[in-house]
Design a binder for this molecule. Structure first.
Ligand SMILES: [Fe+2]
Length: 443
């Protein structure tokens, strides 16, 4: 690895004021009342590219609503009408196209009579810079959030760190049911958090799910009613693509020097024989595997993040929802990267309520050392027992209310990647540094 990263104090197995076990979660939910049936939620931003952006709103009543987008530098406004209907639970998605790369736009939402609704000063959207122009990007990535005080403080901290975009990789929110009403109610409650809305009014967000937002603890694609979970995601999470269009919610985006592949490690898990080994179950499913291979081959991003809810190891507990259970598919991914000499791949996971960095000796099959970052939890409930020994562990922290701030910079040579674990108070818990030199196949 170069340059050497100054090791910060490791905070594994810390106790006392900082670490909380799951059993000691006592942080009270603020008196955030459940949203009313007719409550306005949003606007928030979803998928965004160089030339497009998505705006989401849950309207208080059925009817026609207009999104107006105006270049901040001045120019002609774009107006798009959408009908809010009960069929879609009054959720509106506007996809604005033909925007200029790297540009700022102001947006407003208008009622049928032309008056503005949900007017906030920060209602701006910024398109991605041209893909291969030298650029910097700052992302916030994390998992496991509630509507509690600590999670809200993390949303505020992400905003004060001026992140360009947000990536949430599961248990965001906790639902633990595939009942359509319960799924809908929990997505509404999560979307109603004021600090979450404020964060996403001016920066795009992408989401994938883990077990608790998909169906329930340790759940797989065999979960009954999973179609309800997907339906609610398609209503409440404005993404350009949800899986293959019929199943799954995997998706991807490019922002400056980073391309993020948000994997769906739930929908297909255990539903068919693995593409990597016909007598073992699949994690990704054949369609998602094909999509991932094509995406990796096509990507020109210096850094390619493979992000999912679960961790890329064995949790070493009784649960099976980790890449340790599907090692045959992890091996296939590594082999594919190695055979095609794909540079810049970085792994990200969540789920375990502990945060870690692992650097694997994968030079032989991948061509370079693969690094995994684990970012969890946004809420306060840590699980010290999942911060297990691993020979390739290089950083770890059992720290509540955290997210990973990723700074990728392609304005310098070689492009740099710094991931910093930050807590709700802005304290830097650990950081880890990579450059494209570290992630280039060595032949
Ligand atoms: Fe969680």
């Amino acid at each position: 690895m170069s340059p050497p990263t100054t090791p910060l104090p490791r905070r594994d197995f810390i106790t006392g004021a900082v670490a909380l076990s799951a059993a000691t979660l006592t942080e009270p939910l603020l008196a955030q009342k459940a949203p009313r049936r007719d409550e306005l939620l949003g606007p928030i931003l979803g998928h965004s590219s160089e030339t497009s952006a998505m705006v989401w709103l849950r309207a208080p009543v059925p009817g026609e609503w207009t999104l107006e987008v105006t270049p901040e530098a001045g120019g002609k406004a774009i107006r798009m009408k959408q009908a809010a209907t009960e069929k879609d639970d009054l959720c509106l998605h506007w996809q604005v196209t033909d925007l200029q790369p790297g540009s700022i736009y102001r947006y407003r939402i208008l009622r049928e009579d032309g008056t503005e609704i949900a007017a906030h000063a920060e209602q701006t959207l910024t398109t991605a810079p041209p893909a291969d122009a030298p650029a910097k990007v700052r992302l916030a990535i994390s998992s496991c959030a509630k509507e509690d005080v600590g999670s809200r403080a993390v949303w505020n901290r992400m905003a004060s760190e001026n992140v360009d975009a947000v990536v949430l990789i599961g248990d965001t929110p906790y639902i633990d049911s595939t009942d359509l009403e319960k799924q809908t109610q929990r997505h509404r409650e999560f979307a109603a958090v004021e600090e979450y809305q404020a964060l996403l009014r001016s920066r795009p967000c992408w989401w994938t799910w883990d077990d608790h937002d998909f169906a329930g603890n340790d759940s797989s694609g065999l979960a009954a009613g999973k179609e309800n979970a997907r339906l609610v995601v398609t209503r409440y999470r404005p993404q350009a693509v949800y899986g293959d269009g019929e199943g799954g919610i995997y998706t991807r985006f490019r922002r400056g020097p980073v391309e993020v592949f948000l994997l769906d490690t739930r929908w297909y898990a255990m539903t068919e024989p693995s593409f990597a080994s016909s007598h073992r179950p699949t994690m990704l499913g054949a369609k998602q595997w094909e999509w991932l291979q094509q995406g990796l081959l096509a990507s020109t991003a210096p850094f390619k993040i493979l992000a999912c809810g679960v961790i890329w190891d064995d949790k070493l507990n009784a649960e099976s929802d980790d890449w340790g259970t599907y090692k045959h598919e992890l091996t296939a991914i590594q082999k594919f990267i190695g055979e095609h000499k794909i540079p810049g791949v970085i792994l990200m996971g969540g789920d375990i309520h502990a945060s870690r960095v692992l650097c694997y000796p994968t030079e032989k099959n991948v061509g370079y050392k693969l690094v995994q970052f684990i970012a969890s939890p946004i809420h306060a409930s840590t699980i010290p027992s999942l911060n297990v020994y691993h020979p390739d562990l290089v950083r770890s922290a059992v720290e509540p209310n955290v997210f990973l701030r990723v700074d990728a910079d392609a304005t310098v040579t070689p492009p740099q990647f710094v991931a910093t674990l930050i807590n709700k108070d802005g304290e830097h818990v650990f950081s880890y540094h990579l450059s494209t030199d570290d992630l280039s196949p060595k032949s």
